[in-house]
Design a protein around this ligand. Structure first.
Ligand code: NAP
Length: 502
């Protein structure tokens, strides 16, 4: 259904709505829109298929680290996950199944990279320049995800290594690490999954660590045939599992991170995490190097049951001397040691709050204001992570101050509900523009930032964490909120927070 049924041809876009990104953000938003009667939409993605993160990340050991009972859409809950924390392949299959079930395939254009989007005031349309042609749309939704742009390390000689090298999110399955001298740079959540998976087969594995990660045990178990059958057949079982899982996720991130000052006994968690490291790593020097000096929560912790113990293996070395250069044959550390390698793995993460990462293309309003420049000069600001004052007809599923750290699927459903509510109202009014008011955005930002002192991020030890949660200005653009509160506001915000025009 179109919002402007009688518009003249010049004002009729190719599609009413364009969604950039066909990962779970784009898929979930598209489904919410279609259910609300907005059928004329197109999803574009530079990948060859749907799934976003789960399409690109196929490295050994890839799996979710939020329980699968939570890491799925509330409206498409599965009982067929093989484990309590599903492997990545199952998430990719899940994305493909949902696309099939909801008939999204014809609305998707793959292998299409967006280069630029500009808003034309005269027509109130977006023109989106892509690698496969120009598209116009009334409404533009950025669903690009925060972890899509691989970040290569700023290390001298990065291009000089002559043997096999790959970033974890572009894993080359033609390359074998078995029997090879392998080096891996980085010890974030991805490395935590790769290292135990490949270590045993390598001739030697050197892990180059700059900052250690808090690694906690993972309640990861196979669901088995009986477990899966129980989830499918027993009334209320799936809902009960989800409820328990949601409560666990809520307690371990949003509540702990955003209301840290109010929660008693957070020190005990760190004590338990240290004791876990002691139980896993036999060499005291290695153990010391693997123990973070910053508070648990400053940086995203990881969950794995064999990451830490992998460092007990005789063929695995933890190197904490800084890297001086990557050379044609390996890595040279600042103490002059050469580490000869056959395979170099870059587990160096993603551009998250970098200027060219959100969005990944130039996006300008009618007066030429560029969104990235705007956020650079004004610092990140938004309304519920979904809308930005000054940028009409544009929405972000994962915008700054929108995500509270719970399951990503909860965020997608909240953002989608918010967007649908605005577009519904625009349709009711026959409006062709909608833009959040500066007053509403300011009030939202004030309410979120007021909670800053309660957050774990205000702990001074966070300064040494090298956490991508922090922007270069020291801001942490999370939504300091419980999930229920965020869900409520996404669906109940006053519609007067938006200005509509015909
Ligand atoms: P990351 O957390 O950003 O970790 C990157 C690692 O590379 C860090 O250890 C970093 O060290 C190191 N590094 C970067 N540049 C370097 C340099 N120039 N020299 C030396 N070391 C360098 O990236 P990630 O591990 O890919 O994880 C990113 C996010 O993806 C996670 O936080 C999580 O949200 C998500 N993820 C989720 C799952 C899951 O749910 N299953 C799995 C994997 C990842 P510093 O810490 O010192 O910067």
């Amino acid at each position: 259904m179109s919002i402007v049924p009688d518009a003249s041809p010049a004002f009729i876009p190719h599609h009413e709505i364009v969604i950039v990104g066909a990962g779970f953000s784009g898929i979930g938003t598209a489904i919410a829109l279609i259910r609300a009667g907005f059928d004329d939409l197109l999803l574009v993605d530079d990948a060859a298929g749907p799934g976003g993160t789960w399409h690109w990340n196929t490295y050994p050991g890839v799996a979710v680290d939020i329980p699968s009972f939570s890491y799925q859409f509330s409206f498409a809950q599965r009982s067929g996950w093989s484990r309590s924390y599903a492997p990545g392949r199952e998430l990719r299959d899940y994305a493909e199944q949902i696309v099939d079930e909801y008939g999204l395939e014809p609305k998707m254009r793959f292998d299409t990279r967006v280069h630029e989007a500009s808003f034309d005031e005269a027509t109130s349309l977006w023109t989106i320049a892509t690698s496969t042609g120009e598209i116009t749309a009334r409404w533009l939704i950025h669903a690009g995800g925060p972890l899509s742009q691989p970040k290569l390390p700023d290390i001298e000689g990065i291009d000089s290594f002559t043997d096999d090298t790959m970033h974890t999110s572009r894993w080359d399955h033609e390359v074998s690490t078995a029997g090879k001298r392998v080096g891996i740079i980085g010890t974030g959540a991805t490395a935590v999954q790769v290292i135990p998976e490949i270590a045993a087969d390598t001739a030697h594995l050197t892990v180059f660590q700059r900052t250690p990660i808090w690694c906690l045990p993972k309640p990861d178990f196979p669901l088995g045939r009986v477990g899966r059958a129980g989830l499918a057949a027993i009334p209320g079982m799936r809902q009960a599992a989800r409820l328990a899982s949601q409560a666990f996720v809520e307690a371990t991130f949003p509540v702990l991170a955003h209301f840290h000052r109010w929660i008693p006994g957070t020190d005990a968690l760190e004590v338990a995490a240290r004791s876990y490291i002691r139980s896993q790593v036999s060499d005291p020097a290695t153990r010391g190097k693997l123990t973070p000096a910053y508070a648990l929560g400053c940086k995203r912790p990881s969950f794995h049951n064999s990451y830490l113990s992998t460092f007990n293996r005789p063929n695995v070395a933890l190197e904490t001397t800084s890297i001086e250069a990557i050379t044609p044959t390996g890595i040279r550390t600042t103490d002059g040691t050469e580490h000869p390698l056959d395979v170099l793995i870059l587990a160096t993460g993603f551009k998250v709050t970098d200027k060219d990462a959100l969005p990944t293309y130039r996006l300008t309003t009618a007066d030429g204001t560029d969104l990235a420049d705007h956020w650079e000069s004004e610092r990140f600001r938004s309304y519920q992570g979904v809308a930005t004052a000054g940028f009409p007809n544009f929405f972000t599923v994962f915008g700054p101050y929108g995500y509270n750290g719970a399951s990503f699927f909860t965020l997608v459903e909240n953002s989608a509900a918010h967007i649908v509510r605005v577009l519904d109202e625009a349709r009711r009014r026959d409006a062709i523009t909608a833009e959040v008011t500066t007053t509403a955005q300011d009030a939202y930002m004030e309410s979120i930032l007021a909670r800053g002192p309660l957050q774990v991020f205000s702990n001074p030890t966070c300064a040494s964490a090298n956490s991508y949660y922090f922007t270069k200005n020291g801001d942490v653009p999370f939504r300091a909120s419980t999930t229920l509160e965020a869900a409520w506001h996404s669906r109940r915000f006053p519609l007067s927070d938006y200005a509509f025009s015909n």
